[in-house]
Design a protein around this ligand. Sequence first.
Ligand code: URA
Length: 446
Amino acid sequence: MRMYDLIMKKRNGGMHTEEEIKYIVSNFTNGSIPDYQMSAWLMCVYYKGMNNEETVWLTKAMANSGDMLDLSKINGVKVDKHSTGGVGDKTTFIVAPILASLGVPIAKMSGRGLGHTGGTIDKLESIEGFNVAIPEEEFINNVNKNKLALVSQTGNLAPADKKIYALRDVTATVDSLPLIASSIMSKKLAAGADVIVLDVKCGSGAFMKNEEDAKKLAQIMVDIGNMAGKKTYGIITDMNEPLGCKVGNSLEVEEAIDVLKLKDLSDEGYNNLPKGIKRLLEVSLTLASYMLMGAGKAKDFQTAKGQCEEAITSGKALDKFATFVENQGGNKSMILEEGKLPKASIVKPVAFSSDGYISACETSEVGMANLILGGGRATKESVIDLSVGIDIRKHIGDYVSSKEPFAYIYGNDEKSVEEAEKRLLGAYTISKEKVEASKIIKYIIE
Ligand code: URA
């Protein structure tokens, strides 16, 4: 087989065989295929696409390119979730302890943030002492003991994806449906869970800007998961504004803890919550409910949701989170006591210059404002400031006045706060007419 012929085949709209895909992935990973040929092939895939079979073969070849995590020593059905990436997405800190407190084992691997999106591992590091790199044996023991452990993705999990993603990043071939689907699912398959719930973000802060593309991506990923023998669900959720109120590493952990501390989730209690928290709760409870059903612990969505709500209001999910933090070397008083997480020294109220309704948000720009404050990574090597971020009090459809702050910026130097303020204000559109916010749960593929 020659890479030249395979590039030409895809360039002419041909369909690869499984052998051809395995050849491309293994020979690129071991360095026999040079970057320039792989880049040309990726661009052909970008323009000509791949059918479902080719996408499944690509996923499997990438998943098999390195370590496959063996979770067989963990008792019970192992359930995982994955978000395609957004701004203010802290659902893992809510969903994982809920499931663990209901007896479902969660052995999770997560990533760091890059660009405008945040990463679970960075957020966890805002908890003093928390170790994101515990050895595999301790990871498995923690799940068997406490039902929950979470570590940073190991270097040799789907190494083909790591190499291909780095090349896509610099050749404008990231936003291709089969390449995104195979990239995400290769890591999920290698991470070893039995059930996978995918949170596919859709909107101005997501890879998929419109619902049609998000549905297509979700469907391909669900098909890949099911074909690999994993029960897989795809939940399409809105990312046309940040999820919840807070954006920034320690601020997001704080907001997740606030949700785990809620005591009243009756209709009245729920209605009294701030809009951002309601949306965060709705996404979290939907993901958690599907995970619970996937684990075989609830017969339908309403039953599952009721159990998840009870895990919060009883305080069991919060206790589970605190124990999880302690088991991984973290200071659990940071979870149980208020005001102990890192906080930036400057808190700047931000208001719009005119009155009206928030009608749109360029969500990735809110993520960029956090990056400017030092809370995100411009490159993989960037060191981030875990204490900075933004607390957004008004959302799409809300009335804002020039006399009242709609957000607070947390920063550690005046210059970056000023720059972040401009970026944040520029992210929003204000109109005279009231606009309804998009539904937070857009579509579910079961
Ligand atoms: N996240 C991934 O892991 N891969 C992609 O291609 C896009 C988002």
